[in-house]
Design a protein around this ligand. Structure first.
Ligand SMILES: *[C@@H]1O[C@H](CO)[C@@H](O)[C@H](O)[C@H]1NC(C)=O
Ligand SMILES: *[C@@H]1O[C@H](CO)[C@@H](O)[C@H](O)[C@H]1NC(C)=O
Ligand SMILES: *[C@@H]1O[C@H](CO)[C@@H](O)[C@H](O)[C@H]1NC(C)=O
Ligand SMILES: *[C@@H]1O[C@H](CO)[C@@H](O)[C@H](O)[C@H]1NC(C)=O
Length: 394
């Protein structure tokens, strides 16, 4: 009875949200504005806003994807047996690199690690959309806020579709003292929620690429038939109603890969930048097109092919760029979409737009919100929100 009541409520909320959303949406000058990115990157303008539902992409690619492949039936890596590659230390440029790059290169060839927490059952029912979120062991509060808001699982994605399921992707604590204290807590958290995948590698910034390939391999084994996957960070705001609306006229067979796409982004050569890359590691002038890792959508079939494509690409310290390299191997271009704001609604951090619920209601993904802000914004967006036309264009 409770589930019936819940789904009726959900359907109602969905209907109201969609109606209000479609009514209130008008193209705004703001949406067409192109500010210069902060990272010294050039951003693709993407599709121009179209009058009614700007997030619906007219350009459809209809390439059926072959899905037959007989891989392992379960996670087949059970021991960590990987020693440092001392070959690389003989390279003339090696000693001149920063310590984290030396560490990265020494273990670059170690690609797969055992699983500590797994959920082979996650896709046993009919799952329509799998939501996966990169998280680290210490950020329990972010996971909790996401479970209460956009990460909440749903039994049906509407219109006879399967369920929406959520998983968090983790490695092990990067600091020794954290490892002992947090691991047990994490195991307990997982017993409560059954939504954590954990692999036995250190959860560091440069190991995020490991998280990417581990997830793709996991998906290939345990969720071979899931039509769509949303992958994102744990500090973003996601509007699941809009995500499902966007997917409603998509076919899983398409090579769907959509997000905040960067074209011709140049590697950062300033050493004080988080994304600094020495020329020894990447010498080309620009990266292939890639979607910012804050949140993107992809078709399950494409994700499986990505898994195999990524196996042919050397690991790269920036995970979203790495995925762009895998897409390039497949010859698939990621699609830019205005509803994905992984650099914030306005790149000016102090802009009022970054706090405006009416914008959040019309977006798919917005970076970045801390747990209290996320909970508050979620409440506003799902409360009695009246968006005047004036507010829409601000
Ligand atoms: C680890 O790998 C080395 C060389 O590849 C091999 O000789 C050794 O038996 C392996 N150890 C384990 C525990 O698998
Ligand atoms: C190091 O070099 C040797 C000899 O060239 C090669 O056989 C080995 O596979 C290399 N090790 C790694 C980890 O690449
Ligand atoms: C990635 O994780 C592995 C396994 O825990 C570790 O040996 C390696 O140092 C980590 N790499 C970086 C760059 O942190
Ligand atoms: C919504 O508006 C109604 C009437 O204006 C009010 O009674 C109710 O408390 C409001 N609900 C929320 C969640 O703000």
């Amino acid at each position: 009875k409770k589930t019936i009541y819940r789904s009726v409520c959900l359907a109602l909320v969905l209907l109201v949200a969609v109606t209000v959303f479609q009514r209130s949406l008008t193209p705004s000058p703001f949406l067409q504005e192109h500010t210069l990115p902060t990272l010294g990157l050039e951003k693709d303008s993407g599709q121009l806003v179209n009058s009614n539902n700007f997030w619906k992409n007219k350009k459809d690619v209809d390439t059926p994807t072959p899905t037959a492949s007989l891989g392992p039936q379960a996670w087949d890596v059970t021991t960590t047996n990987c020693s440092a590659n001392i070959n690389v230390t003989h390279q003339p440029w090696f000693q001149g690199l920063e310590p984290q790059f030396r560490q990265f290169l020494l273990y670059r060839h170690c690609r797969y690690f055992p699983m500590l927490l797994n959920h082979p059952e996650k896709c046993r029912d009919d799952v329509y959309l799998l939501v996966v979120i990169k998280s680290v062991i210490t950020q329990h509060d972010r996971r909790e806020a996401i479970r209460q808001t956009w990460g909440r699982e749903q039994e049906s994605a509407g219109k006879g579709h399967g369920a929406v399921r959520t998983l968090f992707l983790l490695g092990t604590a990067s600091k020794q003292e954290e490892r002992t204290h947090y691991q047990q807590l994490l195991a307990y958290e997982d017993r409560l929620y059954s939504d954590i995948l954990q692999w036995d590698f250190l959860d560091t910034f440069f190991n995020l690429t490991l998280k990417e390939i581990h997830f793709l391999k996991w998906l290939d084994i345990y969720c071979p038939n899931v039509p769509f996957v949303f992958k994102g960070d744990d500090d973003v705001f996601v509007n699941p109603t809009n995500l499902l609306e966007f997917l409603a006229d998509r076919r899983p067979q398409e090579d769907l890969f959509v997000g905040d796409v960067l074209q011709h982004a140049r590697p950062i050569r300033r050493k004080d930048n988080k994304y600094y890359i020495p020329t020894a590691l990447y010498s080309k002038a620009s990266y292939p097109p890639y979607a910012g890792g804050g949140g993107f959508l992809m078709a399950g079939g494409l994700a499986r092919r990505l898994h195999h494509a990524c196996d042919t690409v050397e690991l790269y310290p920036i995970d979203d760029v790495f995925l762009g390299m895998c897409l390039e191997v497949l010859g698939v271009r990621p699609t830019a979409h205005e509803g994905f704001k992984t650099f914030g609604i306005s790149r000016n951090r102090n802009s009022r737009m970054n706090k405006e619920p009416c914008f959040y209601r019309s977006m798919l993904v917005v970076h970045k919100l801390m747990p209290p802000e996320l909970l508050a914004m979620w409440g506003l967006v799902h409360g009695n929100l009246t968006c005047s036309r004036k507010l829409q264009v601000l």
